[in-house]
Ligand binder design. Structure first.
Ligand code: GLP
Length: 270
């Protein structure tokens, strides 16, 4: 995993947006996997700015969201569909018919989940999947214990997640107990993953995800098996990483490579 450490939450969002924007420019009909929660908000704000001020064009982009609460319709203020409309889709020129969020009110969930997977395949697969991290180290709603080969399915939320999300619903008793979520296996099939986290409350989840053993108890750790993951963390979230100095060296080498300063890397000479 490539680890990029930024000074604060805002720069995590901006750095993440650069990866997304570069892809959209390079491949205008790319397929983006999108996430909800407070983590990607800064990234979405920056994409909206790039659209408005620099004409970043989403007209051919297709999107798939990771998850949705069971029982919430698209107009429910806490539904992830509503979140996406308010925080991104309504402010850029993505075509509504090219955006997909699992349907929390599907009557036949098994069929719906199968169709969601098929729709991703039909679109050519996900080019770049944006991910946040739950405080227990989960990705999407793949709670601890989820199979690392899991596909889109129904999942029962862990009590920790219900507690974390109670603030949005005005009480734990109002948080749905079930969600439809892409599986870990579904996420691992995306061509590239962008994992974002900020704040000291995510430090243990980040440590376990990046440097811990691969385990279904921390589903984010399955990303260690993926060949192209970029993790962007602020100082707080990176606070427990042991190999921070090495990650900084890699970034330094990377930027020398990108700016063509090969001599500084001992290349290009005799
Ligand atoms: C939920 C979402 C995840 C998200 C996580 C973290 O569990 N299903 O996709 O990563 O919350 O939320 P936040 O970004 O608000 O910390």
């Amino acid at each position: 995993m490539r680890v990029i450490i930024q000074p604060d939450a805002e720069s995590v969002g901006r750095r993440g947006a650069r990866f997304v924007a570069d892809l959209v420019r390079r491949k205008p009909d790319c397929v983006l996997g999108l996430a909800t929660g407070s983590t990607p908000l800064g990234l979405y704000r920056e994409l909206i700015r790039l659209h408005r001020e620099e004409g970043l064009d989403f007209s051919q982009v297709t999107t798939f969201n990771l998850d949705e609460y069971v029982g919430l319709g698209p107009t429910h203020p806490q539904s992830y569909r509503c979140f996406m409309q308010q925080n991104l889709f309504d402010h850029i020129n993505v075509r509504p018919e090219r955006t997909s969020v699992p349907d929390g009110r599907a009557l036949d969930f098994e069929l719906h989940c199968r169709q969601y997977e098929q729709k991703i395949k039909d679109a050519g697969g996900i080019d770049l999947q944006v991910l946040g991290l739950g405080s227990d180290g989960h990705i999407a709603f793949n709670e601890p214990g989820s199979s690392l080969g899991s596909r889109t399915r129904l999942k029962t939320l862990a009590s920790e997640t219900v507690r974390d999300n109670a603030r949005f619903f005005g009480g734990e008793d109002k948080v749905p107990r079930l969600a439809i979520t892409m599986g870990v296996g579904t996420i691992l099939e995306s061509r590239r993953c962008l994992l974002l986290a900020f704040g000291g409350h995510k430090a243990e989840a980040v440590r376990a995800t990046v440097e811990g053993p691969i385990t279904a108890q921390v589903t984010g750790s399955a990303l260690q098996l993926h060949r192209e993951v970029v993790g962007i963390f602020d100082e707080g979230a990176a606070g427990l990483l042991v190999r921070r100095a090495y990650y900084a060296e890699v970034e330094q080498a990377q930027s020398l490579l990108e700016s063509g300063q090969l001599k500084a890397l001992g290349l290009g000479g005799q």
